[in-house]
Write a protein that binds this ligand. Structure first.
Ligand SMILES: Cc1cc2nc3c(=O)[nH]c(=O)nc-3n(C[C@H](O)[C@H](O)[C@H](O)COP(=O)(O)O)c2cc1C
Length: 245
């Protein structure tokens, strides 16, 4: 059978296209699978319940005022999961009502509640290293990223080693639009004010639980956000741990 020159080049081009698409499949040009993605959670981990809280604070609020200091040297003794629960309770309340926000410990402009609290866990009893979002209605920690990111978080914070050394860092992040939707540009300052209040609650509760802490504001916003794999803006990082002698 005689094949015209035009038809022959058409067949050759078609064969090349098919061959290229097969090759592309085998050379990583397609989307990576879940297993290939760094830090991706193919099977979502079970939420970690923080209740019940049996630990009683041993010092008064006034003594916590007296004793609070910034600490930057921690042991690597793991923190008890219950103490994480006590920290979350201090900043987000106990099963607070999301709609009214009525029982939350930290005041919020117009009850817009822009803050979202995260726990970057390295050494916590009964908790795998990872990044966790605190869900205040159900009082559970929901894993949002796997693995120990403390070293990288320290690098993203101007190399502040206290973050790599601390067993846990509590992160105060904000969905600013919740407040700016109501107050416009002025809402931004309300969000920052609120994050200061929240950080102070973490600092005082840590002190009352016999844990050292420091409030950190010096870090690269985007790097921290990407490392933690979160949508909200990180505002303050608070490494917490047992004090080194
Ligand atoms: C908004 C804010 C940001 C801060 N950022 C950092 C920081 O990035 N690194 C740090 O080591 N301390 C930081 N600190 C802690 C201060 O350095 C500390 O509070 C101050 O030196 C007073 O010491 P004291 O907390 O022991 O009373 C910050 C404190 C605040 C309130």
């Amino acid at each position: 059978m005689k094949i015209s020159k035009g038809r022959l080049s058409f067949v050759l081009i078609a064969m090349m296209l098919v061959a290229f698409s097969f090759a592309a499949c085998g050379t990583g040009l397609q989307e990576p699978s879940d297993e290939e993605r760094p830090n991706s959670t193919s099977e979502p981990a079970e939420p970690v319940a923080l209740k019940p809280q049996e630990i009683e604070n041993s010092i008064s609020l006034e003594d916590a005022f007296r004793q609070r200091r910034s600490s930057r040297r921690f042991t690597n003794v793991p923190i008890e999961l219950e103490k994480i629960g006590k920290l979350m309770m201090a900043v987000q309340g106990e099963g607070s009502d999301v709609i009214s926000g009525a029982t939350r410990p930290v005041a919020s402009a117009g009850a817009t509640h822009p803050l979202q609290i995260y726990v970057v866990a390295g050494e916590v009893e009964d908790l795998t290293a990872g990044v966790y979002q605190y869900d205040l209605t159900t009082e559970v920690l929901i894993q949002v990223a796997e693995g120990d990111i403390r070293e990288k978080l320290a690098q993203a914070s101007l190399g502040q080693n206290v973050i790599a050394d601390a067993p846990v860092t509590v992160v105060i992040a904000a969905a600013k639009q919740r407040t700016t939707q109501r107050y416009g540009e002025r809402g931004i300052r309300y969000v920052y004010m609120e994050s200061g209040g929240a950080a102070q609650h973490i600092a005082l509760q840590s002190t009352a639980l016999g844990l050292g802490n420091v409030i950190i504001g010096a870090f690269e916003d985007e790097e921290v956000q990407n490392l933690m794999q979160i949508e909200e803006s990180p505002l303050l990082l608070i490494p917490v741990g047992y004090l080194a002698e």
